[in-house]
Design a protein around this ligand. Structure first.
Ligand code: SF4
Ligand code: SF4
Ligand code: SF4
Length: 352
């Protein structure tokens, strides 16, 4: 009989973001740390559409009254997603990243951190770098944008925040897990903004706290000052904005190891130097999380490494570094919403 954790790994791999298998089996070790065998059995039965307990019970041929508390407990543990719209709880599968891993931000231990850090490079390669559609994209920090640019509302973090009626801020799991194994940094910990149903889930699970639009705008400013890269989810209606550092963020860290990180992100911007204004002070080089800038007599930007985050622009003392927008033909237009993003990802992975 096939081991239930093997089945769960296959199930997670069939979700849009995937859960690739490894030769070491570290992905199974992770699942055994997180799921009991009974929880694994239930998780395998859930899909990416939210369903009430009764529908899941009928499909799995289980008693709804017995299944209801199990689903609720699993959603509280961050193993599946719960949507509490209109007073009725519905449940659906959670992907491993972004999902189950992030939902464990308050429930980490060193063994889990070690295994996940061994596993994430596999996941990033198969479920991120090799995929045309990514889960996140990069947008420039607002102070780097100039008035002549036609920035779409989904590319402006402040505008995204102003459109939200429910915002929850959570601690950054990447910085927390690095700190727990002695590799942390001094960047702000509260850095993950979640919106809509994700915000309710985070709040009800005690993963974060509700904040006003004003506080979210303040946190964006603090992130910009601290040199954090803005990564909203990859849709025109983002469900979250991550504020990331190149040292801890699992996405940026892995991207940084690539020869051409610019080809592995969705961005519509890049940095350019006005050579005659540059004093070679190297401030921009220190701000860049992608090692895209070299400074000799003047600064130069490696466009194959530049992800258009704008961080090098805001601190240049002579305004020699400027943000540029890609030509219309080269511009990336994100999917309309998250469902579309997931459908694209699943299609590219041959799962639908
Ligand atoms: S993706 Fe960015 S903000 Fe989100 S948890 Fe990782 S570093 Fe933190
Ligand atoms: S921060 Fe500005 S002046 Fe300093 S090296 Fe960079 S581009 Fe030149
Ligand atoms: S050069 Fe570096 S800091 Fe500047 S926009 Fe590009 S990636 Fe960001």
């Amino acid at each position: 009989m096939t081991d239930v954790y093997q089945l769960l790994a296959e199930h997670l791999d069939n979700l849009p973001a995937g859960y690739p298998r490894t030769e070491t089996g570290v992905e199974l070790r992770i699942l055994k740390r997180l799921f009991t065998a009974e929880e694994a059995e239930i998780a395998i039965g859930l899909g990416m559409m939210p369903e009430p307990c009764e529908a899941i019970a009928a499909r799995l041929d289980q008693d709804a009254e017995t299944l209801a508390p199990a689903l609720e407990a699993m959603s509280r543990k961050g193993l599946i997603f719960r949507n509490a719209k209109n007073g009725e709880n519905t449940y659906m599968a959670a992907q491993f990243v972004v999902g189950i891993w992030e939902y464990h931000v308050n429930d980490l231990d060193e063994d889990l951190i070690r295994d996940v850090n061994e596993y994430i490079p596999y996941l990033m390669k198969k479920g991120w770098t090799d995929l045309k559609t990514k889960q996140l994209r990069v947008i420039p920090v607002s102070q780097s944008v100039n008035a002549e640019m036609s920035v779409t509302p989904y590319e402006a973090a402040e505008e995204i925040v102003r459109r939200q009626s429910k915002i929850v801020v959570a601690p950054c799991i990447c910085r927390r897990e690095h700190a727990m194994v002695g590799e942390g940094c001094d960047k702000p910990l509260e850095a993950c903004l979640t919106f809509g149903s994700g915000a309710y889930y985070y709040e009800q699970n005690g993963l974060g706290r509700e904040i006003s639009q004003e506080e979210a705008l303040h946190l964006l400013k603090r992130g910009e000052d601290a040199g954090l890269v803005l990564q909203p989810s990859n849709s025109q209606k983002p469900i979250n904005i991550c504020m990331c550092c190149g040292c801890c963020c699992q996405v940026l860290k892995n991207m940084r190891t690539l020869d051409k990180p610019a080809l592995a992100v969705h961005t519509n911007y890049y940095a350019e130097v006005i050579a005659e204004d540059c004093t070679a002070c190297e401030t921009c080089m220190e701000r860049c999380q992608m090692d895209a800038i070299a400074v000799d007599d003047v600064a130069t930007v490696d466009l194959e490494r530049c992800i258009g985050c704008g961080l090098c622009i805001t601190d240049c003392p002579t305004e020699a570094m400027v943000l540029k927008q890609k030509d219309d033909g080269d511009r990336y237009i994100p999917p309309g919403n998250t469902v579309e993003t997931y459908i694209n990802m699943a299609t590219e992975r041959g799962k639908i």
